[in-house]
Design a binder for this molecule. Sequence first.
Ligand SMILES: Cc1cc2nc3c(=O)[nH]c(=O)nc-3n(C[C@H](O)[C@H](O)[C@H](O)COP(=O)(O)OP(=O)(O)OC[C@H]3O[C@@H](n4cnc5c(N)ncnc54)[C@H](O)[C@@H]3O)c2cc1C
Length: 372
Amino acid sequence: MRIVIIGSGFGGLNAAIEIRKKLTSPQHEIIVVADKAQFVFRPSLIWLPFHKHRLNKMTFPLRPTFEKAGITFIEKCVQALMPKQNHILCKDDEIIEYDYLIVATGASPDWARIEGLEGRSASIYGISTALQTRKKVKEIKEKDPIVIGVGQGNPNQGIAYEFLFELEAYLHEHRLECPLTFFTYEEELFNGKGKEPTERLERLLEKKQVTYYCNVSIERADDESIYLTNGKQLPHSFLFVLPPYKGVDCIFASTDLEHDHGILPVHDTLQSIQWKNIYVIGDANNMKGTKSGRAAELQGTLAAENIIKQIQQEPLQSFQEDTMYFMELGKAGAMLVMDKPVKEGVFQWAISGMMPHIMKRAFEKYYLLKFS
Ligand SMILES: Cc1cc2nc3c(=O)[nH]c(=O)nc-3n(C[C@H](O)[C@H](O)[C@H](O)COP(=O)(O)OP(=O)(O)OC[C@H]3O[C@@H](n4cnc5c(N)ncnc54)[C@H](O)[C@@H]3O)c2cc1C
């Protein structure tokens, strides 16, 4: 039996390791196909534009990790999924057959969905864009108006808050006074994770004299300004906006696969709504809640467990969101936000200060040690 996993980010890497741990027989072939042979610990990308981290401390080569675990790693770009034929087609026309497939291809920023945003906003979704943003940050001059925001529909809002606080700390350090404006489509700052994170962020924005607007969407952007649905026109010299997400190219190129902007619909068991032998995890699926590395990891574990249950003809388990999110706060350290389902309902908890910042750094080291 062959289980193929496309993608080796937080979701794909964990799914592959967990399946191998449970299916140890060589009769079970586990194959990971990914277009990059390097793992990037993406939460650390926030430090790259501000020279606060080195690339070699946040990445590792994947091939030795998979070899050690007894997993076949194929470095190839997948062109399309062919679910009717139970195979995937790679860009070099190689066909890889599977009995079960886990799609862990993540998502990409959908700039084109907001008029005028494409090419105007700085971004930190990958190493190259984070390094381009480093250059843009260096070009900021005294009094330049800076706008940072969360565009409608973006599912990982925390990145914009982190960028705001890290940039504010940078400006302070370089003695630059620039007007800072923040906006989000959320009803309140970092909505839905309890009162404590929202109130903490409100206090910080007021202290740092950041003008902010909640519950607003972007109408359009141009070279001079960004136009919000509350009638505000915000001039910008430096713009950092989180756009909505879309799926990766191979999803759009696939036939017989329903999707919404490339994002694949799943049951709460992570099984594709169309194909019983396909599971979709992490940023690539339409599960509600914040898209995060932790969610992708937990979903990787669940997909592994559910595939084994399916093989053994047992009932599948449902995914329950369980947030543990570290948000950098510049000079104020960081905030750790927890939002866990418990017997009595939901447990929400947050702490901030230097300790969560140290924990975020330590977590990265632990993760790299565990998998590299
Ligand atoms: C700046 C930043 C800060 C963040 N901070 C946090 C944080 O503090 N905490 C947190 O939990 N999360 C954080 N996240 C979110 C987290 O990184 C993502 O949610 C997570 O990476 C999603 O994991 P994934 O496995 O679903 O997808 P990805 O990590 O995007 O992995 C996708 C994989 O698919 C591969 N792939 C894509 N297309 C193809 C193809 N056609 N063929 C072959 N392979 C393909 C890619 O190479 C990659 O291996 C942050 C993200 C960013 C950008």
